[in-house]
Design a protein around this ligand. Sequence first.
Ligand SMILES: [Zn+2]
Length: 470
Amino acid sequence: MEHKKIWENYSSKQLKELEVLNKDYRDFLDNGKTERECVNVIVNMVEKSGYVELEERLKQGGKLKKGEKIYAVNMNKGILLFNIGEEPLEKGMNILGAHIDSPRMDIKSNPLYEDTDIAYLDTHYYGGVKKYQWVTIPLSLHGVVVKKDGTTVELSIGEDEDDPVFFVSDLLIHLSQEQLEKKAAKVIEGEALDIIVGNRPLTVKAKKGEEEKKEKDPVKAMVLKTLKDDYDIDEEDFLSAELEVVPAGKAREAGFDRSMILGYGQDDRVCAFTSLYAFLLCKDVKRTACCILVDKEEIGSVGATGMTSMFFENVIAELVNLEGKYSELTVRRALAASHMLSSDVSAAYDPSYASAFEKKNAAIMGAGMVFNKFTGSRGKSGSNDANAEFIAYIRKIMDDEKVVFQFAELGKVDLGGGGTIAYIMAKYGMNVIDAGVAVLNMHAPFEATSKADVYETMRGYVAFLGGCGM
Ligand SMILES: [Zn+2]
């Protein structure tokens, strides 16, 4: 199929909208480099738009009314948004669901050590990464350290120009003859991904008459002293910390024509942002609109903050209860009657690696919102396979609103593939299809997207939610 034109057809008003959206998008990427930071940013945004926290709403009591705006936060790492529609929940919701976790390196529980005058923090990478991409680039450290008394120290080091950054070393080319013989998966081993955090020893001047005190690991001691002085963190506090190492620096416009965005964490924050943006544009909706922004997708959607947890279902039960109609059957009906766009990225066709793709079923960067009827690989294994009837319904909505879209698969049939949260939601019996933005060099420290795709996808989400606001 011929790809539809995008850039050529935009009016000057649309081009302006596109630039505003993409500027906001870059800010979103810069301010939310971890799932916790994303949740903070989102809570600030939705509270300004009049959203009320579920706990607060439950305290207020009274029946749920149309037009109410509610949000629920899951352990500071996931968030659900609801715009209550005219119809009862039992009739189903229009759901957008994206994930806000991204591949990175997590700091281990006992991370700090010194070797030959260099201090390191030991890491365990999170999600699918090509490990060799993460060495010798400036890295920043984000996250929380929760102390025994319950206080939380929030860290974000390496983003301001005056901040220090961290890095993983790589062997110099002059001595790399053996390393370069290794397979790419083994060039940098997981245990070699430790970040360098110091090289200066702590010197303690001896008091008069006392002998000079020698630290066993003076460089490590210096790091610990800095952590204590600057953040009031002790070495044991790493035990109750969640610290993530991500590429330092801001998302940038890319290309002479500034047509693309290059930045960290676009899988899947590009879909999280566009979903959220579309969601907040919608004011009055017939069917209740729901936006799910969830954690742990990159490691299989497991755990209390992943899509497979009961959090989403529990919140729906609370809302049905607020409607005054609680029964298990009503909750099940609400879920089964829902429609969902699983807002997740797709792999953009890469001409430099053409052999990995089947071109006529590949997502082209700059050719619009991407729908994946199915993900999975090698015989569609593990895939949510969206229903033809539902796809026809979605096609009509998109065509009516003149959204430019394409249908794609993730790479060649036998070459691997990827999953999303679609199949987890599909188990409720609801119609779900993957829909999002094509990403070039997905899961690399810096990923690329097309500004036009960001814009079209946002428009597609708006159309899906009920054509509100546009
Ligand atoms: Zn991913």
